[in-house]
Design a protein around this ligand. Structure first.
Ligand SMILES: Cc1cc2nc3c(=O)[nH]c(=O)nc-3n(C[C@H](O)[C@H](O)[C@H](O)COP(=O)(O)OP(=O)(O)OC[C@H]3O[C@@H](n4cnc5c(N)ncnc54)[C@H](O)[C@@H]3O)c2cc1C
Length: 425
């Protein structure tokens, strides 16, 4: 702590579960926190889940309490639609430049939706992995924090249209808002920029982008979600047919020299969870999980053991080599069953690729003051000796939510220490 008793300011980049946790923990220990999120809402990838393992509760369970703590904290300044452009300085004294992108909808918005009714532009909805559209003015999803509409500046026709401005009863729309630059001095920086799904179309032979009934695991989360593109009904994308059989393909592109060398750690559990989504809607569906080995460490073994009681679930040890499509839109999955030592070929209605996690890219210019290093896979390795620039959660390695929460709490402590060590010069 500095001589004047001030504990300093910590910048947290990324408002997913890791960034929110780090911000809350640091603020409750007395620091001021600036939380910068590039999306129009907080929550990160967890906000896209249907349920999360191991308890299978909806994401709102964990997120709501964090939203409340952030909303009511006088010590957290939360900036959505914002990205850090530049960091200069050194541990204890970083100068940061943040670009605040325009929301074009002000705090007067009551989320009544009158603007949506008149907006003539449709755009792909990234929240639903492009499986549905929204208008150019939209609410990211009903539980979004903040609950405030936003206008996609790339899609919107601007003042030449202006229908939303006329329709808004509260005068909340400002189409001419421009990006702003915010400059700050902070003592430590936590990078909680999380993960992105890799481009599944690049994986040869598995048919993503070629066959409509091959989806990714993140798409499956959206298909199963009550607020997803099908209202939670899991069905074949090509013809909305009910599911009689489904194959989950583990390590799709992962642990593979040609694509992602690393294991993404959470995909086995994610697929086992998703087999429960199928079972809930289709008690008689045949479910196949093709895996290299099932990684369900620690108490997650219980989840696997419970899944194994499902008599219509087959866990097949074998890496999938090829997927082809039949005339009727089914898929034929070819693999070698390494336990039986035989080649198998299984026809199914739907294939879910467990495509793994890659670290999100951040186009931040770091001019000095630290040494934010990345490992060979692009995950952040902490700048431990200097302690000023710290990674947290999936920005550091692919892990599940509970590990992110622990890791982010540790990062907050480390950032606090850095503030203390570098106080008074
Ligand atoms: C299919 C699937 C299912 C899963 N299911 C579960 C589950 O059931 N249970 C479980 O425990 N885990 C699950 N996981 C893992 C879970 O998604 C992660 O543990 C969690 O998302 C990590 O949170 P995070 O905050 O580290 O990263 P993220 O959730 O990725 O959040 C990072 C945030 O940073 C923001 N950001 C990125 N770059 C910038 C930037 N430059 N500037 C500002 N903001 C930025 C992003 O917009 C995002 O909001 C699953 C993963 C997959 C792939």
């Amino acid at each position: 702590m500095s001589g004047n008793g001030k504990k300093g300011t910590i910048l947290v980049i990324g408002g997913g579960i890791s960034g929110m946790t780090a911000a809350i923990e640091a603020s409750e220990a007395g620091c001021d926190v600036v939380l910068v999120e590039k999306n129009p809402y907080l929550g990160g990838r967890v906000a896209q889940m249907n349920q999360y393992f191991p308890k299978l509760c909806p994401p709102s369970c964990g997120l709501e309490i964090n939203y409340r703590r952030i909303r009511t904290s006088p010590k957290i300044r939360c900036m959505t639609l914002a990205e850090v452009e530049k960091i200069a300085g050194k541990p204890g004294a970083y100068q940061v430049v943040i670009r605040q992108n325009p929301r074009r909808v002000t705090g007067k918005c009551t989320a009544c939706g009158a603007c949506v009714d008149v907006c003539p532009v449709e755009r792909p909805d990234a929240y639903n992995c492009g499986m549905s559209t929204t208008k150019a003015v939209y609410l990211p999803f009903e539980m979004a924090h903040p609950v405030q509409f936003v206008i996609d500046g790339d899609a919107c026709k601007g003042t030449e249209c202006g229908k939303c401005v006329e329709a808004c009863p509260y005068g909340a729309i400002e189409l001419e808002q421009q990006p702003q630059t915010v400059e700050l001095e902070v003592q430590a920086v936590i990078w909680a920029t999380g993960w992105d799904p890799p481009d599944a179309a690049k994986i040869e032979g598995l048919g993503f982008g070629q066959y409509p009934n091959v989806v990714t695991n993140l798409m499956m989360e959206r298909l199963a979600s009550p607020n997803g593109p099908t209202g939670g009904k899991i069905q074949r994308p090509s013809d909305e047919k009910a599911i009689e059989s489904v194959a989950f393909v583990q390590c799709a592109g992962s642990r593979d020299e040609n694509y992602l060398k690393h294991c993404s750690g959470v995909c086995c559990m994610a697929s086992l969870k998703q087999t429960r989504y199928i079972r809930e809607q289709y008690p008689d569906a045949e479910v196949y999980v093709f895996y290299i080995d099932l990684r369900t460490p620690g108490r997650l073994e219980d989840f696997l053991a419970e899944s194994q009681k499902d008599e219509k679930l087959q866990l097949i040890k074998g890496k999938v080599a090829k997927i082809t499509e039949t005339d009727g839109g089914d898929l034929v999955v070819e693999a070698e069953d390494t336990l039986l030592g035989e080649r198998i070929s299984q026809q199914v209605n739907l294939v879910v690729l467990a495509t793994g996690l890659v670290p999100a890219e951040a186009a931040v210019r770091i001019e000095s003051g630290g040494n934010l290093q990345r490992d060979e896979h692009g995950f952040i390795t902490n700048d431990q000796p200097q302690g000023g620039l710290l990674g947290a959660g999936c920005a550091k390695r692919p892990v599940e939510v509970s590990s992110c929460v622990r890791d982010a709490t540790g990062a907050a402590l480390k950032a606090l220490q850095s503030c203390v060590e570098h106080a008074d010069g």
